[in-house]
Design a protein around this ligand. Structure first.
Ligand SMILES: [Zn+2]
Length: 113
């Protein structure tokens, strides 16, 4: 259910962009989803078509770009985090509480019809 509401929110954002450009429909959209955003890309892709029905995004092709988490280790600088290990450096295990990247959930591209 969470992914359905995410899909609806994305459709709303896309609808604003369409209105700004005076476009009636979009044929494709690209969404960036961080590994720490709590959104499962496959679940979002599954929820999207039904959520888009009856909107200007009906039938639009959804591309999900998965963004890996990047944290900052005091010793190693920016490191790519593994979700299974949580917020800690994969090299030395130091906590990396601050995410530099990987919590995004954003509309990246919209292809207007
Ligand atoms: Zn480290």
């Amino acid at each position: 259910m969470h992914e359905s509401s995410v899909a609806l929110a994305l459709i709303e954002v896309a609808g604003d962009v369409l209105r700004e450009h005076g476009a009636a429909r979009a044929t494709a959209l690209t969404v960036r989803i961080g590994a720490w955003s709590s959104v499962v890309p496959a679940a979002l892709a599954a929820a999207f078509p039904a959520a888009a029905e009856g909107t200007p995004l009906a039938g639009a092709r959804l591309t999900v770009v998965a963004v890996p988490g990047v944290g900052e280790c005091p010793q190693h600088g920016p490191v790519t985090l593994e979700v299974a290990r949580g917020l800690s450096c994969p090299l030395c295990g130091a906590p990396t509480p601050r995410l530099l990247e990987g919590d995004e959930l954003e509309l990246d591209e919209l292809e207007l019809a």
